[in-house]
Design a protein around this ligand. Structure first.
Ligand code: NAI
Length: 331
């Protein structure tokens, strides 16, 4: 039998984790051939509730779930982690500005980065879901100098999946027929969902749709604002869809993305497409052999360039703010 993979999940008593843990245990993330050890991390006040979630996981009688450990100490929770899903974060509360949110999350991701550095497995793959996800990932990466920087990623797969859903709705074509969607930039309202390279059943999507007004004034803002629309409708932030996207992100990273297609991941820039090196920004990527590569050589037209630059400028502002707050060093 395969050796169990250790998966650490923070915010494990929260909404997203409730959608995530049972799918990890079922094999949806790492495959039906891979047993998992779950290490669940919470703040002390939520440990009681987390014990209830662990009881439910036991009651799932998942054949692949080899153990469950609970902790409120990141120095324990990341021990031996092969996959670390950083879902827990301080939410934005009424009256909080973006700067306050960065300041509230800084210490969490500073500690977790240091704990990953000290105790995770040598092959650890990190996915930050907790918002502001890109910059939280940047902080964690900055505090884990011994872990290769490229192992720190943030979730924009939900935005990617949302873009596909809107394209499918607009055209009446199944989502599975769309290839080469790309999300660029920050997981925020400035993100740029890019359909300029998309094909639908082999034809360019821009030709099939033939409605640039829809792309600019409907599609892009709908994807950018989808999280807000869900909060309004549901009275709570998207949870099951975020969990599903996190599963997609790690599954593809670990087991490879589909041939002929791309996925979107926020990853440390290597300078591609003029995105400053080290900034954790979303790119179209392909995954193979447990590694991702940023898709190279794409034509970026003037419209796309402007949209990417807006989101990257926002990320640079967040990066500078957390450096000024002392959570990361300038590189
Ligand atoms: P939630 O509030 O239901 O759960 C968060 C959990 O994290 C809570 O149980 C809390 O106790 C825990 N937590 C807080 N600080 C922690 C720490 N230092 N260590 C361990 N656990 C800690 O929130 P939900 O709905 O599960 O969302 C989690 C995060 O994901 C939020 O920041 C949310 O904004 C973000 N999100 C990101 C998306 C993305 O696409 N990147 C999409 C949707 C949500």
């Amino acid at each position: 039998a395969a050796r169990p993979v250790t998966v650490t999940v923070t915010g494990a008593a929260g909404q997203i984790a409730y959608g995530l843990l049972f799918r990890i245990a079922s094999g949806a993330m790492l495959g039906a051939d891979t047993p998992v050890r779950l290490r669940l991390l919470e703040i002390p006040a939520a440990v009681g509730s987390l014990e209830g979630v662990a009881m439910e996981l036991e009651d799932g009688a998942f054949p692949l779930l080899s153990s469950i450990d609970i902790s409120d100490d990141p120095w324990v929770g990341f021990d031996g982690a092969n996959v670390a899903l950083l879902v827990g974060a301080r939410p934005r509360t009424a009256g909080m500005e973006r700067g306050d949110l960065l300041a509230a999350n800084g210490p969490i991701f500073t500690d977790q980065g240091a704990a990953i550095n000290a105790s995770a497995a040598a092959d650890v793959k990190v996915l930050v879901v907790g918002n502001p996800a890109n910059t939280n990932a940047f902080i964690a990466m900055s505090n884990a100098p011994d872990v290769p920087a490229e192992r720190f990623t943030a979730l924009t797969r939900l935005d990617h999946n949302r873009a596909i859903a809107q394209l499918a709705k607009k055209t009446g074509v199944a989502g599975t027929d769309f290839r080469r969607v790309a999300i660029w930039g920050n997981h925020s309202a400035t993100q740029y969902p890019d359909i300029s390279h998309v094909t639908v059943a082999g034809r360019p999507a821009v030709e099939v749709i033939n409605d640039q007004n829809w792309v600019v004034n409907d599609f892009i803002p709908t994807v950018q604002q989808r999280g807000t629309a869900i909060i309004k409708a549901r009275g709570a932030s998207s949870a099951a869809s975020a969990a599903s996207a996190a599963i997609d992100h790690i599954r593809d990273w670990a087991r490879g993305s589909a041939a002929g297609d791309w996925v979107s991941m926020a990853v440390p820039s290597d300078g591609s497409y003029g995105v400053p090196e080290g900034l954790i920004s979303s790119f179209p990527v392909t995954c193979a052999n447990g590694e991702y590569s940023i898709v190279q050589g794409l034509d970026v037209d003037e419209f796309s360039r402007g949209r990417i630059d807006i989101s990257v400028a926002e990320l640079e502002g967040e990066r500078d703010a957390v450096i000024d707050l002392g959570f990361a060093k300038r590189v």
